[in-house]
Ligand binder design. Structure first.
Ligand code: SB7
Ligand code: NI
Length: 184
């Protein structure tokens, strides 16, 4: 299983590289990694398992974070009472279109690969149209907004060597356009 020991931290050059596209069919190793990444998210969101293995809770994990420079990321967004809002492994994800309007989390963002808290708004597109492939090579297209859109943009950034704090305004970390949506 993947634990915090497998997750590389800011400073490791893999986190700043552009990850490679995958080709289909995926290898058994690539499929196994995808399952392991999703299992990490499930474990990290289970209070007992997370406590036992000292996992930080995560809603996403990108392959470069486990030192695999490939364009694959797992996303698991839980909703209220055991509902699941979004659960997919995204292979070769791309944003086809995006809103001009921006959105950010009131609390800012964090990252399993960044061990310190960095305050400030990370403003991202409030709405995106996302295209990706599943493990079998089937194409998916979905429109996302607000939190799920933010998480997917954080993950796709990892595939491009970008970390959340790159987006924070250095002079005024909480500056935002008047029409930006700040999500409580
Ligand atoms: C807040 C947290 C995340 C995404 C967007 C806002 C995910 C944190 C876990 N990760 O480091 C995944 O890359
Ligand atoms: Ni991250």
């Amino acid at each position: 299983m993947i634990t915090m020991h497998d997750i590389i931290r800011d400073g490791n050059p893999t986190l700043r590289a552009r990850a490679q596209e995958l080709t289909f069919p995926l290898s058994d190793e690539e499929k196994e990694l995808a399952h392991q990444m999703m299992e990490f998210l499930e474990n990290s969101q289970d209070p007992e398992i997370a406590k036992k293995y000292r996992l930080r809770a995560g809603v996403g994990l990108a392959a470069p974070q486990v030192n695999v420079s490939k364009r694959m990321t797992a996303v698991l967004i839980p909703g209220p009472d055991d509902e699941i809002i979004f659960k997919h492994v995204l292979v070769n994800p791309t944003i086809i279109s995006e809103s001009v309007r921006l959105a950010g989390l009131a609390e800012g963002e964090g990252c399993l690969s960044v061990d310190r808290d960095i305050p400030g708004y990370v403003l991202r597109h409030q709405r995106i149209k996302l295209r990706w492939f599943d493990l079998e090579g089937n194409e998916h297209v979905e429109r996302l907004r607000n939190y799920p859109a933010i998480v997917c943009q954080h993950e796709i950034d990892h595939l491009n060597g970008i970390l959340f704090y790159d987006h924070i305004n250095k002079k005024d970390p909480f500056a935002a356009p008047d029409d930006a949506v700040i999500l409580g």
